[in-house]
Design a protein around this ligand. Sequence first.
Ligand code: PXP
Length: 242
Amino acid sequence: MIRLGVNIDHVATVRQARGTSYPDPVTAAALVEMAGADGIVVHLREDRRHIQDRDLELLRKTVKSKLNLEMAATDEIIEIALQTKPDMVTIVPERRQEVTTEGGLDVETHYVKLEQMTQRMHEQGILVSLFIDPDPKMIELSKRLGSDAIELHTGRYCNATTPQEYEQEYQRIHQGVEVGLKWGLKVNAGHGLNYFNVKPIASLPGIEELNIGHSIIARAIFTGLEQAVRDMKALILEARSE
Ligand code: PXP
């Protein structure tokens, strides 16, 4: 059965905008779980623009489903992950100027560092997922360096502006899923997914988990967080049963 991981970074974005103690992503995580999410995702960025160290510490103590920490493979954040021990880390590229994670990880350039980091995570019982473009070479390298999972970047699919581009990006993801499965990797996907574009991705057999943040938190402003999670979960389950 396909699972939904909810990224709650943007609850913290609203808090950080005013430097208040609310809204608290830790409270959000509990509501998200009660609404049926299968996991909680947070990105501890180097610049701490939304999630703070304190959030991660408390989430580790309170999340009952699965805690997935998105992170850049930098020395500081690697040490924090090893101490905090989330269930899984998802390694993403990070650039300070970007609004959000813009492209997949270059597994070829960072192969040795990623391989060493993966070994260290495994020693602590932490699973490793790499956030990559649906590129067969990146998928193969992810397997070779020992990662447990890949998360296919759906951003280009979500941003496609013509039917041709949409079809091309959709097929790339479809093939990426098949290549990942062939290598024995768990295949997840995410980035930019919303209530209007999620179903074709959710319907791809073999995807284990979708990680979705911005659209759910945005909808929660109008519907409440639990309803926003329930609506998304219903869509992805529907896509699988059609
Ligand atoms: N997956 C990864 C690896 C991400 O970096 C992000 C953004 O933090 C997401 C999923 C969620 O993307 P969105 O907020 O666009 O749903």
